[in-house]
Design a protein around this ligand. Structure first.
Ligand code: SF4
Length: 445
């Protein structure tokens, strides 16, 4: 009998790290490894790291320092560093973290599971004989479909760490999702840094719209989401796919980053505010009740107070459902990091709070319109005695019910709304009625 290897996976950062960690966990379970509650209880720990902001990189460093202490006590302890920090020069990383056993760059196409088996010196049987039982995945699971990015936004470190764009084959993605559905997943979130570029590198070439059409056929799968979108790549074929494929949710994550053309040009985003607004108009004209979220960076080098005010004006114009806002922080190796980081920290914070405050008002108004309506919710779990799940438009919704409901599609009548979540009562447990195709709920002001 094999000795069981206990593993622990620690993640930080984007949903792609979470999805990759879930997939690695599945692969390790199949070959008979067992998940450990904590890094200290494990024989092997894998860190999926993030360097998008300095704060995330600091957390990875702190975690590595904690693991160094474990390794001092237990020399057989194995530490694997994956994710974007490992995309850097391995020699420099080896000097900084000599106690790490394996660095796995996200640019590498070799299976992480096989590299781990090599590291542990485990024989060929592990590669061939499924032995372990896989844990149930979440009701909603992320699935990476495309890695890397060929663009060069001036503030962004990702292309350097994740490398050029590579798509996974449609059949491989479909097989992974069918496996998840068999184990209880009802919704998948297709992940990529730049999701509309999916399939351009494949032979034969394919598109995200074609992939969505293929995945829409999977029996037992209820919902499909995808992110992150890029404004100039979002084509009419994709708008049609979202509008017509029943499982594809009306939920688009479309980062604008700044609402000022000069700042956008310095970010090298490749579009103007007017291009973005045209796309929002096209989405809202064709897709009933589409929810659109965005990302905004405040305090980019050279961003004046007036340019920042333009971002607030665009927020009032577009009225996004959700805004993820972050203060600019220079990432060594990027073009913007060679420019003076000239917006003082206090001013960055002021801009951040101004975006948050305005968005709180807008989201409160958008969500208040749902009070009294009945919406379809996919139930994900229970918290503080209430069930929670998300609407097709990705609104977190809570409601009480005495029976188990996880994984079910239910109809919930909304009784209360806040900027962040909805409260309601269960109306029925049957699948939703056909989607409305007429009037958008919230038009731009
Ligand atoms: S599109 Fe720009 S922001 Fe997004 S990953 Fe690529 S370089 Fe970074």
């Amino acid at each position: 009998m094999r000795a069981v290897t206990n593993y622990h996976i620690w993640t930080i950062g984007c949903q792609m790290n979470e999805a990759d960690a879930r997939r690695l966990g599945d692969e390790l379970d199949v070959v008979g490894f067992a998940p450990a509650e904590s890094a200290e209880d494990a024989d092997l720990v894998v860190l999926y790291s993030c360097v998008v902001r300095q704060a995330a990189e600091n957390k990875v460093h702190n975690q590595l320092m904690r693991l160094r202490e474990v390794k001092r006590r237990r020399p057989d302890y194995k530490i694997v560093l994956a994710g974007c920090l490992a995309g850097e020069e391995t020699a420099a990383l080896q000097r900084a973290y000599p106690f790490v056993d394996l660095f796995v760059s996200p640019k590498a196409d070799i299976s992480l599971r096989n590299q781990i088996l090599d590291l542990l010196d485990l024989d060929q049987r592990y590669r061939q004989e499924p032995e372990g039982a896989q844990r149930a995945p979440g009701v909603s699971a992320g699935v990476t479909i495309h890695q890397g990015c060929n663009r060069r936004c001036t503030y962004c470190i990702i292309p350097f760490r994740r490398g050029p764009e590579r798509s996974r084959r449609p059949a491989e993605i479909r097989a992974e999702i069918e496996g998840l559905v068999q184990r209880g997943t009802r919704e998948v979130v297709l992940l990529s840094q730049i999701v509309e570029r999916y399939g351009w590198d494949l032979q034969p070439r394919t598109t995200l719209a074609e992939l969505l059409t293929l995945l829409n056929e999977i029996e037992g799968l209820e919902r499909i989401r995808f992110l992150t979108s890029y404004p100039v790549d979002f084509g009419t074929d994709l708008i049609e796919a979202v509008a017509t494929l029943p499982k594809v949710c009306e939920d688009i994550n479309l980062p604008i980053q700044a609402g000022d053309d000069t700042v956008l040009r310095r970010m090298a985003r490749g579009y103007k505010v007017a291009d973005y607004l045209r796309l929002v108009e096209a989405l809202r004209a064709r897709i009933a009740e589409v929810a659109i979220s965005t990302d905004i960076i405040v305090g980019f080098p050279g961003e004046t107070a007036a340019q920042f005010e333009n971002t607030l004006r665009v927020m009032e114009q577009v009225r996004w459902d959700v805004v993820h806002v972050a203060m600019y922080s220079p990432r060594p190796g990027t073009v913007a990091a060679t420019w003076p980081d000239d917006v003082p920290k206090a001013e960055k914070k002021r801009r951040l709070h101004a975006v948050e405050e305005l968005q709180r008002e807008i989201a409160a108004q958008i969500n208040a319109r749902l009070v009294g309506r009945t919406v379809e919710v996919l139930v994900e779990g229970q918290k503080d005695g209430k069930w929670y799940g998300r609407t097709r438009s990705n609104k977190l919704t809570f409601f009480p019910h005495p029976e188990p409901l996880a994984g079910e599609l239910v109809q919930v009548r909304i009784t209360e709304a806040s900027p962040w979540a909805l409260q309601g009562e269960l109306v029925r447990r049957q699948p939703a009625a056909p989607r409305p195709t007429q009037i958008p709920l919230y038009l731009s002001a």
